[in-house]
Design a protein around this ligand. Sequence first.
Ligand code: FAD
Ligand code: SF4
Length: 465
Amino acid sequence: MVKRSYNKTPMPEQAPEIRWNNFEEVALGYDLESGILEASRCLQCKDAPCILKCPVMIGIPGFIKAIKEENIQKAYEIISRYSNLPAICGRVCPQEKQCEMVCRLGQSKKFEPVAIGKLERLVADWALEQPVEKVERTFHKGKVAIVGSGPSGLTAAGDLAKLGYKVVIFEALHTAGGVLTYGIPEFRLPKRIVAKEIERIEALGVTIETNVVVGKTITIEEIQRDFDACYIAVGAGAPHFMGIPGSALNGVYSSSEYLTRINLMHGYQFPTYDTPVQKAAKVAVIGGGNVAMDAARSAKRMGASQVTVIYRRSVEELPARVEEYHHSVEEGIEYSWLTNPVAYLDDGTGKLAGVQCVKMELGEPDASGRRRPVTIPGSEFVIEADVAIEAIGQGSNKVLLATFPELAVNKWGYIDADEETCATNVPGIFAGGDIVTGAATVILAMGAGKLAAKEIDQYVTAKEA
Ligand code: FAD
Ligand code: SF4
């Protein structure tokens, strides 16, 4: 009988005191030997609960078995039947809440679950080193427009091209990838990995037109005229703001602006690249999700000596991935729990000097099921900061929606699309990803893209019949 290790095979990482000085990737990936060792822990369950918990239902035991047999090509073929972006998912998917959460090995108290995400990354990184196979395709089925080149749009595009559609993606920014490119920092998801996975989607025959803002540069009516169907996957990129006094002070950023300047505009390489980001000694980050972790860890790498995350609940309620939180603590990020900012303080010259805060306590559960934070009277105090970054959530961007009022939206301003089909109230217009669900995850956005591709195929086929 195979002797199984209790714990996951560790993945090498850059040491905290080295990595907080650079933007290089933190987790360095398995080599083949570690991958085979980890793959041999899988029980090859017949009913494979890991598959059912994966939003795109990757054949997990199959690809893990292929790794164990040292057949990485076969492992890649299995994964790519289900996912067009495996090197990305292997890095940023919250596996601990999906496949790994239900992994049968992890159900026993003794063992940790199989490191499914890390194995996916091993296979996908191997594949990215292989030459891109440019398949000559005939696009006999029709033309589909996709608005937005985030994971949802890219996934739908890849699947539709494989089905025989000519696909054009319209992207507002000058680089494709959505949040993968402008939001998630280099040290978690290197841009060369995103670029290579996009290259593979383009190799399927997909055209990406950047610098095209649908609703401004071209209209949805023009798309309706020139294409058989359209998938709207514009994400939820408009930042929410605290709206507290002092928000206009120099040094107060939204996380979207801060991260975009660093990731997309290479602000950390100023002046080699020409977009600056304010360097600060003391940084306060407001929020407790993955975006707050990314902003705090980026601020540390920008040279801040003190970075404090201000969160109004306690560590138990922190919505960020546990792994990201641990990495942030290792890197010296500090936390002010049960704390809420009430004003930004002026240093007398229009620049931020500090964040005035109050302490909170947890009351009764609210609609989200989490205990509601309640202000403790008379608990005001100041956290010194010359930069503050608000990472309290994002909502729908109105640029496209305002020019297409026929499209039904819900009370939160997201597109009202059918969960089972991605269809909207306008025939031929489908929608999915964050613009339908609100800010969610890469894999859920990809799941919607896959569903949309299938439904668009049925819609166009039925229309032509
Ligand atoms: P997006 O990725 O937002 O892409 C939408 C694209 O549409 C953008 O490129 C945008 O420029 C374009 N667009 C918008 N309007 C127009 C228009 N009018 N015309 C043309 N193009 C337009 N999820 C995880 O699973 N794991 C993580 O670790 C994680 N970390 C995150 C970190 C940050 C900082 C952020 C912001 C999000 C993170 N997420 C994470 C969430 C995840 O990235 C999103 O859920 C996912 O990217 C949504 O995909 P999407 O394709 O719907 O939209
Ligand atoms: Fe392997 Fe875990 Fe999936 Fe079972 S549940 S097949 S042990 S990865």
